[in-house]
Ligand binder design. Structure first.
Ligand SMILES: O=C(O)CCC(=O)C(=O)O
Ligand SMILES: [Fe+2]
Length: 372
């Protein structure tokens, strides 16, 4: 099939070789080998610099990469997809027991048609998106730690776990933790790509209120086809630092290319799709693109359920981090485009629009770009 518009980047120089095996939930597997240096230090350092340069190029142009050499075990990925399917196949009444206490709590079940992502870009009105979703956040954090306590009611709210599948919590937490480690590794590579110390983002994203969101798109039996203009997921940018997406190789995901046209994206086997979110666009003063993307419905002529699953891991920033232009991305000729803003203010303003079906108040990172 070829890589299409989204280049494949092998990041194994940053992840180290995966040495463990996924032997099922409840073991210590899923941990990244984490050995980023090693005896072959010089050669490895040169490889890592080459990967960082490649990431910079891809983030400046497309804003999306397909990551291989990520070190997340195939067995863990398969288990995660399997429990996701089992969950979504439960009766809707059972899933509806997991509704969150309010729209500001991004946890539990989001029923089919309950959200419209177009509102996150400031749309005044939009048709509902044709997906259902299940969200989790950090499952355990140190009690009494003021940083977490401050968001215990919102961004660190308890997860809402279903009674079945029974192993869902163990598998999801193992996957969440593996992806959090991968995200931290990516942030180190990103820091080097931006001529910053490798640990630059650790203090700004290391305790972030990350969110993992499973999406299911399915033509509902007996339900009408999409209305004109209605999407499986409306066009949006992701709100955080970066997103690591696992998606079925089924058509639907499209990204807005540098040429201004929509391009279909199909994942390579074993690859994660990684994209830059608004926080990194703001940090880099738009050197890196928080690329618009959407999920389009199958053609009306195509019969059947057109099942498509995706699992997004949204790597955010620490909720109290103030996001302002990086020192390496601002100059007299290239002044800061965005005002400083806390991560919490940005994320909450973005999140509430789609979940309350009203226009988001967030400063957009794309409106300017679309009009230039
Ligand atoms: O389903 C997909 O491929 C994309 C999902 C997505 O963009 C999101 O959840 O933010
Ligand atoms: Fe997205």
């Amino acid at each position: 099939m070829g890589e299409g518009i989204v280049p494949v980047v092998d990041i194994s120089a940053w992840t180290g070789a995966w040495t463990g095996a996924w032997t099922g939930a409840g073991t210590d597997a899923g941990a990244n080998a984490g050995d980023n240096g090693g005896a072959d230090g010089g050669e490895r350092a040169a490889e890592r610099r080459a990967v960082a340069r490649r990431l910079d190029e891809v983030c400046r142009t497309v804003g999306f990469a397909q990551i291989v050499g990520h070190g997340v075990p195939a067995g863990l990925i398969a288990d995660t997809l399997a429990v996701t399917s089992e969950f979504f196949e439960l009766p809707v009444e059972e899933k509806a027991r997991l509704l969150p206490p309010g729209p500001e709590v991004n946890r539990g079940y989001a029923p089919f048609g309950s959200e419209a992502l177009a509102y996150s870009l400031g749309a005044e009105t939009a048709l509902p998106d044709m997906f259902e979703a299940f969200n989790i956040g950090v499952d355990a954090w140190p009690a009494g730690d003021a940083y977490y306590e401050a968001e215990a009611h919102r961004m660190f709210a308890p997860n809402l776990w279903p009674a079945r599948p029974e192993r869902m919590r163990a598998v999801y937490v193992a996957y969440f933790d593996a992806l959090a480690r991968l995200a931290a590794t990516l942030m180190s590579a990103f820091a080097q790509a931006l001529d910053l110390p490798e640990d630059y983002f650790a203090g700004r994203t290391g305790r972030a209120p990350n969110v993992m969101r499973a999406n299911r798109y399915l033509r509902q039996p007996g339900s009408p086809d999409a209305a004109p203009g209605q999407l499986r997921m409306g066009a949006h940018t992701d709100y955080g630092a970066c997103t690591i997406l696992l998606a079925d190789d089924v058509p639907g995901l499209e990204i807005l290319g540098p040429d201004g046209a929509w391009h279909g994206v199909r994942p390579e086997p074993g690859a994660f799709i990684v994209n830059i979110g608004d926080l990194l666009a703001r940090w880099t003063n738009d050197r890196w693109r928080s690329t618009l993307h959407r999920v389009v419905p199958p053609p009306a002529a195509e019969r059947g359920p057109a099942l498509r699953r995706s699992i997004a891991f949204f790597h955010e920033g620490n909720h109290d981090a103030v996001v302002e232009c990086l020192p390496t991305c601002v100059s007299a000729d290239n002044p800061a485009r965005y005002p400083a803003e806390t991560v919490a203010d940005h994320l909450m303003a973005k999140l509430l629009g789609p979940r309350t079906l009203t226009s988001s108040a967030a400063t957009s990172t794309t409106t300017d770009r679309l009009s230039t």
